[in-house]
Design a protein around this ligand. Structure first.
Ligand SMILES: [Zn+2]
Length: 87
């Protein structure tokens, strides 16, 4: 299966944690879960990232444009599920 990699930061978060998924919806979900977990631990950087995200969501057209940009970024990434091939 096709797998792509994006970091927390690339998805509007605050760190370099990597997520791997075959669809944008799945990777977005992983990043949200991770963000919630970090906020529960009291991580200020992720809390700030979430507040920024909520600000974006107040203007749906801005948020949708941002989300579409991220989706295109995701879809333009190479398959990261090929590291077992000898180079
Ligand atoms: Zn993070």
């Amino acid at each position: 299966m096709m797998m792509r990699t994006m970091t927390c930061r690339q998805l509007g978060g605050a760190c370099d944690m990597e997520f791997h998924a075959s669809t944008f919806e799945a990777i977005e979900d992983q990043s949200k879960q991770h963000g919630r977990q970090m906020i529960r631990k009291g991580d200020k950087a992720h809390l700030k990232a979430m507040i920024d995200m909520q600000k974006r969501m107040q203007a749906p057209e801005v948020f949708n444009a941002w989300l579409e940009g991220k989706r295109k970024e995701f879809e333009g990434l190479p398959d990261s599920n090929t590291n077992n091939e000898p180079e």
